[in-house]
Write a protein that binds this ligand. Structure first.
Ligand SMILES: [Zn+2]
Length: 155
């Protein structure tokens, strides 16, 4: 139950995305949607199990890279967590209508997720976009149908 409130100090003590060097993973089952392994939350990574938390905290991995790309994206949203989350929700809402065409489309066709999934296996990506990740803007400009066919061609 206290996990519900555990996120308050994380938000309270959060700093601008550009000031975050690394994001520690903390176990939290309350705020994590089912099936999620990690969720970038104001400079921390929420994760459902201790085992996953250790995987996140033990250095480089593709899933860690994925979450760190979200940090870089927050930097490119005016260096503001709030602006990043508002935009994230906006794109998610816009993608909802695609859910009848493809399972989890609102999530998978979200421009932020498209960049994170596409670049998470690229070891040098974080380094190359230290000032902010911008590729999501390209996906955001694409019509939803094009994003869908792009996704389907890659999977
Ligand atoms: Zn993601």
């Amino acid at each position: 139950m206290w996990m519900m409130f555990q996120v308050i100090p994380i938000m309270w003590k959060s700093v601008r995305p550009s000031k975050v060097a690394d994001m520690p993973a903390v176990v939290n089952t309350f705020w994590l949607p089912k099936g999620y392994e990690g969720l970038t939350f104001f400079g921390h990574i929420l994760t459902p199990t201790q085992e996953l938390a250790e995987r996140f905290n033990s250095g480089y991995s593709a899933i860690k890279n994925h979450e760190m790309i979200h940090l870089r994206q927050a930097q490119s949203c005016g260096d503001s967590w709030l602006r990043f989350y508002l935009l994230y929700i906006w794109y998610w809402l816009k993608g909802l209508r695609m859910n009848r065409r493809m399972k989890h489309a609102a999530y998978l066709l979200n421009p932020f997720e498209m960049e994170a999934y596409r670049r998470m296996h690229d070891i040098g990506y974080l380094q190359r976009c230290q000032g902010g990740a911008e590729e999501w803007r390209t996906y955001a400009k694409m019509p939803m149908k094009r994003r869908l066919s792009m996704y389907q061609n890659n999977h």
